[in-house]
Design a binder for this molecule. Structure first.
Ligand code: DP6
Length: 332
């Protein structure tokens, strides 16, 4: 009865758009930093039927929508299918009962799906007897539930990379630097607590309709190289340049796809402007990045943390959260 734990990650080079939807094969590579909190614990047990129970931070049971039960069921079936391709499906039960304990506050603007599906991959893999599945195989299982979840299987700085082909295993994750390589912090400012109308899954599927999408996909290899080099050399300025460029580029694609997705609010733009001027004034090592929502992630080095935190605390009507680099998913 495996119990697994995992956390979200924040992308520096963003995953947006798929080359094939059922297996969530991305159109381009991406790169993220795994966070150490907040986390999700998942316990999987053998059962006579597929069951989900989910509890929030306060231990209150959350009712699951049909859509999210369907997504979890599909993920379980795809996991079985993938294990079949490895000839290792025998040990996975026919049906499972899943208990999810999430400490991700609902209002925080962090997608919980990366933590959830990487924890599930960890738990499903624990049923497989004999030689343990590799971390890459685990990341494939995580990706079948949520693309970015593949990266949370590893700690530190992690890529999600395409390899030739359109098979279920044609995209894998890889750790490029461990958590202790470079101590960076993520100060998260959530200006709005409104639930987004269009989720990432629907958004990815329509990314190709943006006239800017093709150019984005072509630019990613250059950005990946620059980002990896910046991380290897701990060159913050370089990391800032490439990651801010990429986040804004992803939002331009989102805003020009059909139907357009406008995730950023006036508050997001105001916070970005203010941090840019503070950065220049105080020479802070801080960069901003933005996912599919108005939340602003401020990544900073240890010496800049205090000033960035003070800046975040001065923001009115915002929810704040802080995280460091994490170790990725594991069995408890
Ligand atoms: C903007 O992994 O959330 O956060 O596969 O539909 O779950 P699904 O998509 P998801 O997409 C992540 C989009 C992003 C950028 C990123 O994390 O790379």
């Amino acid at each position: 009865m495996p119990t697994a734990y995992s956390t979200p990650n924040i992308a520096l080079i963003k995953y947006w758009g798929n080359r094939s939807n059922p297996f969530r094969l991305p159109a381009a590579d991406s790169l993220s930093m795994t966070l150490d909190s907040p986390g999700i614990r998942v316990r999987v047990e053998l059962s006579d039927r597929f069951r989900i129970q989910s509890f929030d931070t306060g231990g209150r049971e959350k009712l699951q929508s049909m859509k999210s039960i369907g997504r979890l069921r599909l993920h379980f079936d795809l996991t079985k299918h993938y294990l079949e391709t490895l000839g290792r499906e025998r040990d996975l039960p026919k049906n499972v009962s899943i208990r999810i304990d999430s400490s991700i506050p609902p209002a925080i603007g962090i997608a919980s799906s990366a933590a959830l599906f990487s924890a599930l991959a960890e738990a499903y893999a624990a049923f497989v007897k004999g030689t343990p599945l590799s971390r890459q195989e685990l990341s494939i299982i995580a990706r079948l539930g949520s693309g970015s979840a593949a990266r949370s299987v590893f700690g530190g700085f992690v890529t999600l990379e395409n390899i030739p082909g359109d098979g279920i295993d044609s995209t894998v994750s890889r750790q490029i630097a461990p958590p202790n390589h470079w101590i960076l912090h993520d100060v998260i400012i959530v200006p709005s607590q409104e639930e987004k109308k269009v989720g990432s899954t629907e958004g990815h599927a329509m990314a190709h309709t943006s006239p800017l999408f093709e150019a984005r996909v072509k630019t990613i290899p250059r950005r990946m190289r620059e980002c990896i080099e910046a991380i290897e050399k701990k060159d913050f300025e370089k990391l800032q340049c490439v990651s801010e460029e990429d986040a804004l580029d992803m939002h331009r694609v989102m805003e020009t796809q059909n139907p357009p997705l406008k995730y950023l609010s006036e508050e997001t733009h105001r916070i970005i402007q203010e941090i840019e001027s503070l950065q220049k004034k105080e020479k802070l090592e801080v960069l901003y990045t933005l996912d599919a929502g108005p939340t602003v992630h401020l990544l900073c080095t240890e010496p800049s943390l205090k000033a960035v935190q003070e800046f975040a605390e001065s923001q009115k009507n915002c929810t704040l959260f802080k995280a460091k680099i994490g170790r990725g998913s594991y069995i408890q």
